[in-house]
Every structure is written in C-alpha cells, then in structure tokens.
Design a binder for this molecule. Sequence first.
Ligand code: CMX
Length: 435
Amino acid sequence: MSYIKEKFKAKADELSAEVKDLLKNHGTKKVDDVTIAQVYQGMRGITGLVTETSLLDANEGIRFRGYSIPELREHLPKAPGGAEPLPEGLFYLMLIGELPTEADVQNLSSVLGRRSHVPNHVFDAIEALPVSTHPMTMFTVAVMALQTESVFAKAYADGMSKKDYWSYMYEDTLNLIARLPRVAAYIYRRKYKNGQHIQPDGMLDWAGNFAHMLGYDDEGFKELMRLYMVIHADHEGGNVSAHTTHLVGSALSDAYLSFAAGMNGLAGPLHGLANQEVIKWILSMREELGGGIPTKEQIAAYVKKTLSEGKVVPGYGHAVLRKTDPRFTAQMEFAKKHLPEDELVRIVWTVYETVPPILQDLGKVKNPWPNVDAHSGALLVHYGLVEYEFYTVLFGVSRALGVLASLCWDRALSLSLERPKSVTSEWMKLFVEGK
Ligand code: CMX
C-alpha cells in the first residue's frame, strides 16, 4: 500500500471512531429546523450533509480543510519557477486533511502520471459522436466509457467485503483523476484543432501537462491552469455537482458512474455552464456596442436589457455566498499581475463596478456580487483558448479533485444510502391545516 493511502486509512479510522461515538452519544440531537419555503425552494440553508473536504462561509467564501484561497496560494507547493499552487497539493490536503510537503506533491504528480493511460475504446466513444456535440456531453460520455476500468465495480461483482469499499474507491479516484486531462484534451483537439492530438509530457505536473496537451505551452497559461484547477476544485457538499456525485455514490455506484452524474449537473447553465454564458454575454454586449471597452452607462443599459428579457446576468449571484467570491478575487489578482491591460479583463472589471447595485435594486437578488464564473473566460481568451463551449470541461476536470476526494471519505466513513423524504403539495396543504 502506498504511504498516502496508508495515511488516508489511518485518518479515516480515527474519524470513523469519532463519528461512531458522535452518533452513539448525540445521534438524536437536532441540527436544524426546516420550513416549507426551504422544502419548495431548493432546500437552501438546510444542514443535511457531511462533506469533509471544504466548508463554505456566506461572507468569507470557501475554505479547504480550514485554508482560504489566499492561504492556499501561499502555503501549497508550486511548480519550479512558478507562483501558483499545484492542484495535486490541494487534492492531498482535501484527502488527508494536512498540508503536503514538496515531496508529497511530487510523489502524487508521478503517481498520476503513471496511472494516466486511457484505453482506445474511450477515444472511439468520443469519435462516435458528431463533432458538433457539446464538449460536456463528450466529456460525460468519455467518463462513462472509462467505467470499464473501475476496480470498485469489478471487486463488488466478485463479492468484496464492506470494509474494503474505501480501498477500491481510492484506487478508482486516483485512476480517474489521472486520466481526465488526457480525455479532456482529446475532446478539445478533436473538436477545435482538426483532431491533431498532443502526446502527454511525463516531466510536467498534472495541470502543466493538461495545458501542454491542450496545445498551450506558454508558462503563463500553465500557471493559470494550476490556479484554475485549485479554485474550482470544491465548494462544500451541497452544490449540484458535488451533491450529485455524493448521492449517486451512496448507491455504491463507482467513481466513474458517480462523477459522470455530477458532471451532468455541472453542465447546467445555473451551475458550471455559467462560465461559457458569461463570456458569450460579454462578447455579444461588446459586439452590440460596436467594440472596445463599454462605459458603465452602456453596461448598465445592457444589463437592464438582459433582465427585461427575463434572463439572469451570468456570473452574478450565488445560492450561499453573500459577498464577492474569493475565487473571483484570486482570478482578478492573477489578471492584475499578468494581463492588466487586456481589453476583456478590463470589461470584466467594469462589469464588476456596474452590476451589483443594479441587481441590488431589484430587491429580490440575495447576492448581487460576482461568482467564480464571472472572471474565468476573459483569462482563457487572453491566452488563446477562445472556444468557450469548452470552459465547463475545464471546470469539470478541476471539480473531480474535490468530489472524488469526498467520495473516498464517504466510503471510508460508511455513509448511508441517501434517501430523504418527499411529500406532495396535497400533503403540505393538509399539514398547514393541521390535519
Ligand atoms: N441575474 C438576475 N436575476 C438573478 C440573478 C442574476 N445573476 N441571481 C439571482 N437572481 C434572481 C433569481 O432568478 C430569483 O428570481 P425569481 O424570484 O424571479 O425566480 C431571485 O433573484 C432570487 O434568487 P436568489 O435566491 O438570489 O438566488 P438562487 O439561490 O435561487 O440562485 C443562482 C443562485 C446562482 C442560480 C443565481 O444567482 C443565478 O441564476 N445566477 C446567474 C447564473 C450563475 O452565475 N450561475 C453560476 C453559479 C456558480 C456556479 O455554480 O458555478
């Protein structure tokens, strides 16, 4: 057994014993009350899940095992000559609960490199789809095709014991994370670069190699990919992609089945697809206004037009956050350092100065501030990755780190099949009448 796996097992055994005690001594203690509004309106704010890897505060934003994004940028190991954290380090932190050393991260990078082989039938499955297929559909099809490689599914079919679930889930998790950059890069090169594929570079880190296989060897882009893969990785357990992965995994579906399900949720425009919607919205605003950087007045008029057409302003608002998303701020800092004069970036910043008061004035939007998706597209366009339909796939590759680390914890803690109670509106009416 590898030392990282052994460490995970030791941590999991410790926490399992604590959870057992917690359930035995306090299992009947109430953590929440639930209102009818919450039941109808997306279960907002109901504490009903346990996710170890990260915790979201409405005002401060996300913390991964207690570390904020600025702290991660400071403390996680970097690539040689680089300034951004390596995503392998964040994965280690989410899985083990401790900051990794340089050696831990190097070890994880080479483990992922060794496990990254993608069987040919996965590429054949992608090739079977029309080139016009949305990249997120290609991505989930490819993940489903990879499911043939699940060691968890094989072990279950052979009759594995409950106490070994965590071990096979761990193996599937590392194998899947290792393979995703190759799969995603294949989709990109097939759809947008005439199928001219680029072989992996085994000397590079996970995100650096991903940038290389996409066809972007600029050091700035590699740094952007490392930061991008870190900030999109996890956002506690209730968001659609994380919750879906966890829910499907609770049926003992393997990591491939569970992750593919989560990715279908990420592909929705109110969740991960918002990153493509933002850049589409900005580009059509710029085109409609005749190019250049629009003024605040022009942006305000365009926002009001968007709202009057019954649409949302993409990249703004959040189900939990109530302040500017620190993932937005991290990208803004990256842009200030590397591309402060970029026109699209300047538009993103002017939109940031303009949109919040307009949304606030609507009186119904709970969070008028930008989320992670409001900034990412402008950075990608700067380095030449202009094919915005692909952006959610980048989000998906990153999100694998968090949701799959969580899936390992789910099996290690023996979390149950998820099965909340639902009622009909008829039931609700009778309940209100006290019947
Ligand atoms: N533009 C216009 N209206 C908005 C809005 C926005 N950016 N954000 C919220 N609203 C509206 C809602 O549509 C809702 O209107 P109705 O009452 O008419 O249905 C009202 O304000 C109240 O919504 P809320 O409680 O503030 O927000 P929710 O928790 O229901 O939804 C979210 C959160 C993210 C879906 C919503 O803010 C939104 O649609 N934003 C734009 C899409 C987006 O950027 N999504 C990405 C989120 C991050 C991610 O998951 O990647």
